[in-house]
Design a protein around this ligand. Structure first.
Ligand SMILES: [Fe+2]
Ligand SMILES: [Fe+2]
Length: 310
């Protein structure tokens, strides 16, 4: 790893220079005031798994973070967690059921999405219903459509929208051309001049697997953490689709393949399948949520019941 610059450049967000952490790689921490968690109920990891019904499609337990997903003997690199993953990754902010989280999204319009100007909860039902029509036999996939954006509740917990929504991309390596606004967004980012992080592979090994790649923080990674922490009884494909659905440079443009393991490539068609419905079910005609709620509550009861830790 290369040393942290002694005098960091101005931060692209606050234009000061005092917000870079001393971690490697340096990370900006200048976000607006975060909500106090002192009054929030804290979650503890469950001692025993909840009584979920294992899904027949599940190909085994999802690997823990840092485990190689079968990338052929690649040693994961040691790296510090991002401030966001340290703050939110333990899912200790509050407790609520999945339906309650979905209803919270009634209050959120995604400013980064040019296609919708209605609350995100409608987008969740539209996506889920599109999947249900095309894949009537895969009820777990219907639920993925409903849940895929639930991580956006972070924007209601005090995170600014720019830190929650939008596309994601790997950090610690060269930003590929397909990253939206990549030419301007990273102009003042010291990583672009760093002798290691500015290279094609950066701090990674060839085909190390996306499991071992540090992605920019957003609602994908947060929801993946919530699903994993609460042991959702969904197949591996579901975890994967949620975790990487905003990684457009990869699933829509074919970049970053040099970091992918064989498993990543096996999962790619699933991420693309979700994306079809994520993108093309955004109609102004809003779904009848009252009529649909019963069906989706039954899926929640089957795969991720009760109070969840967020
Ligand atoms: Fe999303
Ligand atoms: Fe979405």
């Amino acid at each position: 790893m290369s040393p942290t610059p002694l005098v960091p450049p101005p931060c692209p967000h606050c234009r000061r220079g005092s917000c870079w952490t001393a971690s490697t790689p340096p990370t900006c921490r200048c976000t607006p005031t975060r909500p106090s968690t002192s009054s929030a109920r804290r979650c503890e990891p469950p001692d025993t798994p909840p009584p979920h019904t294992p899904h027949p499609d599940t190909a085994g337990p999802h690997p823990a973070r840092g485990e190689s997903p079968g990338g052929g003997g690649v040693t994961p690199l040691q790296r510090p967690p991002s401030p966001q993953s340290a703050q939110y990754g333990s899912c200790s902010l509050r407790k609520m059921g999945a339906m309650e989280a979905l209803e919270l999204l009634d209050q959120l319009v995604d400013e980064s999405d040019p296609d919708v100007d209605f609350p995100n909860s409608f987008h969740a039902y539209q996506t889920a219903e599109g999947i249900r029509k095309a894949h009537p036999d895969k009820d777990w996939f219907h639920l993925v459509g409903l849940l895929h954006d639930l991580g956006k509740v972070l924007a209601l917990f005090g995170e600014p929208q720019w830190a929650v929504v939008g596309d994601t991309f790997p950090v610690g390596c060269k930003v590929q051309k397909s990253v939206v606004f990549g030419d301007t967004t990273f102009r003042d980012n010291p990583d672009t001049k760093d002798p290691l992080y500015s290279t094609e592979y950066g701090m990674y090994q060839p085909r190390c697997g996306l499991e071992n790649v540090l992605m920019s923080w957003g609602h994908d990674e947060y929801m993946y953490r919530v699903m994993k922490f609460n042991r959702f009884a969904l197949p591996k494909e579901a975890f994967y689709m949620v975790r990487f659905h905003s990684f457009y440079p990869w699933h829509a443009h074919g970049d970053y393949l040099h970091l992918c393991s064989e498993e990543d490539l096996r999962m790619l068609p699933w991420v693309r399948e979700l994306n079809k419905f994520d993108l093309y079910t955004k109609q102004e005609e809003l779904p009848d949520v009252q009529q649909l709620r019963g069906y989706y509550q039954s899926l929640i009861d089957k795969y991720c019941p009760g109070q969840l830790c967020w």
